[in-house]
Design a protein around this ligand. Structure first.
Ligand SMILES: C[C@H](O)[C@H](C)C(=O)SCCNC(=O)CCNC(=O)[C@H](O)C(C)(C)COP(=O)([O-])OP(=O)([O-])OC[C@H]1O[C@@H](n2cnc3c(N)ncnc32)[C@H](O)[C@@H]1OP(=O)([O-])[O-]
Length: 718
């Protein structure tokens, strides 16, 4: 809805009212059309101000409307009508003007914004492009280079930066609406022809083609198969080379290629998934909106290795007072050096002069007795962590929350080592912890709802996408990664090469294939876990089965050969020395694999890219269905948010579970059955019961799975 009010001084005020972000739903668009019409017809109206209710101008088109047939007045002619008015129209931008919201403001003759307002055209993050004239008006106002940057990245800028770019005419730290109302009165009768952006020439540097060609190369590299960024450059090329009307037609054409695309649906699903996971529920029925959380202001981090240092910085950036504890003198002094610089650097990157929180360093656990929350990030060893939890349980105040950054060890076992199992929970960060958005909140069977609520709230304050998951080996992310990496190793046994497998996964959209990722994180990480599990090590025969399941000793033998990845300069690839980053094929690996296959009488065969992709992804997806079946994740959105924000799953493919829905559950099931027949000793290929049930139920849309799974669980059919 949009309200019209005539204010003293002959200013018409049009207010968008559609909480929480005044999105341009059909009703809001209809309201604006009526209000503009009244402004035209009413002779008492001398100028117009458009603003948004609740201090938020407009969050753009209503994304929820994209799923169905579009209705109501279209946005493009609506904005043209505003631009064509012969009475000045001023946009009062408070809070945010994004997407269609900024396009609406670009149709106004003047824009006044609050210094901290968020402005931008983020349509590309939804698999779309600014289709209400944004690709044509923005370069005419801010110039082609700025428009290329803002539209192909979708990044948000502040009111202050928007002023620097010439997108807004004034900024204020006070009320943008009050300024706009006064300004609107002062400009009655001023000529408007130079304020109608669609009539102005595009502001371009001389060598347009060179700029656009160079930009297109960068965008294609960054896009990794995403369609929308490339289409955005196409629309901006039209803005730079065609008259406005033709450019607008081109914008429409390109939008039509994107609007119903699988990628657009995937990105809009990812947008809503990120919000659905915040609405957590526990098997006990406790929920995000019926459980109180504690506000935490003091915390401690135990263990200042790579993860601990990042976690301390992430907490301080959220305004916390942090006690950073490390018993190893060398590691403590290194942390004293590195952490303050990391904190300042990250604060600067977020536009902060100084970090809102503080970090103090010490080597004694006694110094954490007064904090409200402790996160341990010590070496991934159960005995060590159990001992630490016993100590913390004795040292800390009775209501202090004890959290573990373990990436897969049993939270219930840690809780049982304390006098406060209800206050124990997993907080699984991803490296680098102050950058990566994902936080897996691992709920033990005795973690209290208040503890979960408090940690989920803290995750939000840290700017994380926090996902509540159940306590099982590897939790969600790592549990699904296991069959994925196993399949990749099996494919090497059968004839593939690391480069070949990585190429397929990177063409799918992953920033790094499984073998390059393994070299980056270090092959010894998995080796240590496999040794601890008795799967390899002294006295364990390097055969290809373990506990009746197929097992590939390939990565163990790589480690035994000292090839731990980037850290040793040799892994599945070779690097320019230890710590090298650029991966190059290594003939040694070919020889090693040939010898391995000969030793195990394996005949190498040519493996198609399709088989590589299906075996790696479908084994991972199948494990996802088992996780939903076991109740370790509440819905597919949880799994997909984990993979998009923590494991590099390409956002324009929505996530593993969404991808399964797009491919077709029946096809995924058929393929799993096919590969299981070929590899009966590979248990992760055995289709999960839930997948079978969903296919039997006619493969309902993914938005229905969460409710279906819940219903089946209630009727204990799962
Ligand atoms: C023609 C034109 O060219 C094209 C085609 C377009 O215009 S395409 C659209 C372009 N616009 C966007 O890309 C902006 C998308 N939104 C955001 O980036 C953020 O929301 C935000 C604005 C920065 C606020 O963040 P927040 O952290 O304060 O709250 P929130 O939890 O995120 O959001 C609060 C609630 O509002 C819902 N919501 C937010 N923006 C929405 C939108 N544009 N449409 C529908 N719902 C929206 C959101 O799902 C959540 O719902 P629920 O979970 O409570 O039920």
């Amino acid at each position: 809805m949009a309200t019209f009010s005539l204010l003293p001084g002959s200013v018409a005020l049009i207010t968008l009212t559609n909480p929480p972000v005044n999105a341009l739903s059909a009703a809001v668009r209809a309201g604006i059309v009526q209000a503009v019409q009244r402004s035209v017809e009413d002779p008492k109206v001398k100028s117009v101000v458009i603003c948004g209710q609740n201090g938020r101008f407009c969050g753009g088109a209503d994304i929820r409307e994209f799923a169905g047939p579009m209705s109501g007045p279209p946005l493009v002619p609506l904005i043209h009508a505003i631009e064509a008015l012969d009475k000045p129209v001023v946009a009062a931008i408070e809070g945010l003007a994004l997407g269609g919201g900024l396009e609406l403001a670009l149709g106004c003759h003047y824009r006044i914004a609050h210094t901290t307002a968020l402005l931008g055209l983020p349509e590309v993050t939804l698999g779309l492009l600014p289709a209400a004239g944004g690709t044509q008006r923005l370069p005419r106002l801010a110039g082609l280079p700025a428009a290329l940057d803002l539209i192909t990245t979708g990044r948000h800028i502040s009111g202050t930066e928007a002023l620097e770019l010439g997108i807004v005419d004034q900024v204020t730290d006070g009320s943008a609406l009050d300024i706009a109302l006064e300004f609107a009165k002062s400009i009655v009768g001023r000529p408007l022809n130079t304020r109608r952006l669609s009539t102005l020439p595009c502001r371009c540097p001389t060598d347009i083609d060179n700029l656009l060609d160079r930009f297109m190369v960068q965008v294609r590299q960054r896009a990794r198969g995403a369609l929308a960024p490339v289409a955005c450059v196409g629309a901006l090329r039209a803005a730079a080379t065609l008259p406005y009307a033709q450019g607008l037609r081109k914008e429409r054409e390109l939008m039509d290629t994107l609007f119903n695309s699988g990628q657009a649906r995937a990105l809009q699903y990812a947008f809503f998934s990120q919000r659905v996971v915040g609405k957590w529920t526990l098997p006990s029925g406790a929920r995000w909106d019926n459980t109180t959380s504690r506000t935490i202001s003091t915390a401690a981090v135990i263990g200042l290795g790579t993860m601990g240092r990042g976690i301390a910085v992430a907490l301080a950036l959220a305004g916390m007072s942090v006690v950073a504890v490390e018993t190893q003198e060398k590691q403590l002094s290194e942390a004293r050096q590195m952490v303050p610089a990391m904190l300042q650097r990250e604060a600067g990157r977020r536009g902060l002069d100084t970090a809102p929180g503080v970090i103090s360093f010490c080597s004694s656990l006694q110094d954490v007795s007064e904090v409200e929350l402790v996160i341990e990030a010590v070496f991934e060893d159960m005995a060590l962590k159990l001992q630490l939890f016993r100590q913390l349980s004795a040292v800390c105040k009775p209501d202090t929350l004890l959290c573990s950054n373990t990436s897969g060890l049993d939270i219930d076992q840690l809780a049982a080592a304390t006098q406060r199992p209800g206050l124990v929970v997993g907080m699984h960060f991803f490296a680098p912890a102050h950058i990566m958005k994902l936080l897996e909140v691992v709920c033990g069977t005795r973690s209290s709802p208040e503890t979960v609520a408090t940690v989920m709230q803290l995750g939000k304050r840290m700017g994380k996408v926090s996902v509540a998951v159940g306590n099982c080996p590897g939790f969600v992310g790592n549990r699904m990664l296991k069959p994925y990496t196993e399949q990749a190793n099996f494919l090497l046994e059968e004839g593939a090469m690391p480069e070949q497998v990585d190429k397929v996964l990177e063409e799918f959209g992953f920033p790094m294939g499984v073998f390059r990722m393994s070299d980056l994180s270090g092959l010894d990480v998995g080796w240590r876990i496999r040794k601890a599990a008795g799967l390899t090590g002294p006295g364990v025969e390097p055969t290809r089965t373990r506990q009746g399941r197929r097992y590939s000793p390939l990565p163990d033998q790589m480690c035994e050969a000292g090839r731990l990845g980037q850290k040793t300069g040799r892994g599945w690839y070779q690097y320019d020395g230890p710590g090298g980053r650029v991966a190059r094929s290594d003939p040694w690996v070919q020889t090693f694999l040939d010898a391995y296959r000969a030793r195990h009488n394996l005949a190498a065969r040519v493996i198609a890219a399709e088989e590589i992709l299906e075996r790696c992804l479908y084994s991972l997806i199948n494990e996802g269905f088992k996780i939903l079946q076991d109740g370790m994740a509440a819905g597919p959105e949880d799994i997909d948010a984990i993979y998009v924000f923590g494991y590099g799953w390409p956002r324009h493919r929505g996530g593993p579970m969404f991808h399964a829905g797009q491919v077709g559950l029946a096809r995924v099931l058929e393929k799993l059955e096919h590969y299981q027949q070929l590899h009966p000793d590979v248990a992760p290929m055995k289709p999960s019961m839930l997948l079978r049930r969903l296919v039997a139920a006619g493969s309902p849309p993914i938005q229905k799975w969460r409710e279906l799974i819940h219903r089946e669980r209630v009727h204990s059919q799962l």
